[in-house]
Design a protein around this ligand. Structure first.
Ligand code: SF4
Length: 63
């Protein structure tokens, strides 16, 4: 099942980890916050969500 990823923008402290680990999904914007530019491909786990220091990466199953 595909995962849908989003960033809780208020929680992101701009550490850059997610964009460094998964540049195919995340990038840093002009304000130094992470954004999702492309949803992960089917079957790809977004393990970096567990490593985000503030829990700002939300991964949900797509309906
Ligand atoms: S890992 Fe978390 S805090 Fe760091 S840039 Fe990504 S969303 Fe923001």
């Amino acid at each position: 099942m595909a995962k849908k990823v989003r960033i809780e923008r208020d929680l992101c402290i701009g550490c850059g980890l997610c964009a460094a680990v998964m540049p195919e999904v995340f990038e840093m914007d002009d304000e130094g916050k992470a954004v999702v530019h492309t949803q992960p491909e089917e079957g790809v786990e977004v393990d970096v969500a567990n490593d985000c220091p503030t829990g700002a990466i939300i991964v949900e199953d797509e309906d």
